[in-house]
Design a protein around this ligand. Sequence first.
Ligand SMILES: Nc1nc2c(ncn2[C@@H]2O[C@H](COP(=O)(O)OP(=O)(O)OP(=O)(O)O)[C@@H](O)[C@H]2O)c(=O)[nH]1
Length: 347
Amino acid sequence: MVTFLEKSFGVKHTHPDFRFRSFLFSALLIISSGFAFFSYYNLVVAFYVPMLISNVIGLIFCMLGGYYLLVKKRPQVAAVILQTIVTVDSFILILIDGNEEFALAFAFLTPVLGIFLLGYRFGAVLSAINFVCVLYFCSSQMDTWEPAPFLPINLIHFSAIYFLILMVSVFYDSSRRKAYSMMEEANGQLQELATMDALTKLRNRRYLEDQLLSSKNNLFVAMIDVDDFKKVNDLFGHEEGDKVLIELAQQLKNNVGPNDIVGRWGGEEFVIIFSESDLTKLQKSLTKLNRNIAAHDFNVGRKITVSIGLSDHQASKHRDCLRQMDQALYEAKADGKNQFCVAISPI
Ligand SMILES: Nc1nc2c(ncn2[C@@H]2O[C@H](COP(=O)(O)OP(=O)(O)OP(=O)(O)O)[C@@H](O)[C@H]2O)c(=O)[nH]1
């Protein structure tokens, strides 16, 4: 059943909208069954044209709501249609049945349903309009309604209950939405923290690997390793070493394009995922990167340089590509450091 609904709605059951869409679907199904039944009843059992027309129109609107929900995947439009059906139908019932039986009770559906479906702002406006209309109708029909007249005290009771329901619904819905948005915000922050390197504030290895594994394109990826970083720590202390890493993170970001992703792989190793696919252009960028880093003043009593291994990357050969990138980095180090080396996988 859940799989069927997921397919029909076009969203997974974990999607925040799934319950809302399920509610719309069930409500449209139940109401349209009611319309279908009463269309049949008013056509075959007790022929009555006004109710027959209103039921057929209701049925058409339900189908329209279903179309927007299931085909167009626009639940908000379906919600407006459902709300319109309920509000208009409650009016028709009052107009036809007066205060007989349950007709007036249907007016109470609008504040509860309207706020749930349209949100507390639009829902409250609609409820207020609905209230004025019902009030006008009740007042204009006072004393004449059968079987019991609608007395002023009934009006007071009706207004009190209506606004109580409206206020409870507004409070409930605004709290629900607020709690949901706070949870979304907290989730976003957690997600951000889980994918961020605490020292440099760059993306961490988990994020970088997720990006690489989920990419459908062939990419170029570079591994950057600080040369002789142990000496920096040994000569100036670990704290100064940390400052160099933070400054280097900034320099790497300054030297890549806006769509490239810079992250810290771990220790004194960084990774850049390039959006550029032209190798010649990338080689020029890496030459410039090596030059700019070497020329930058890191405020420690020593020049800082980096070695870089560049490799192409395909998600299906992730581990092999990382190995190849490491090998290119190793060659850059072995060749004298402060340079890059390129490794391209055989086609
Ligand atoms: N300050 C600081 N040092 C770190 C951090 N992570 C790793 N290191 C240090 O980075 C150094 C890496 O040293 P090695 O792997 O020997 O490499 P290297 O001295 O850079 O030499 P080459 O890679 O051959 O150029 C070690 O001394 C680690 O302690 C960190 O977060 N902060």
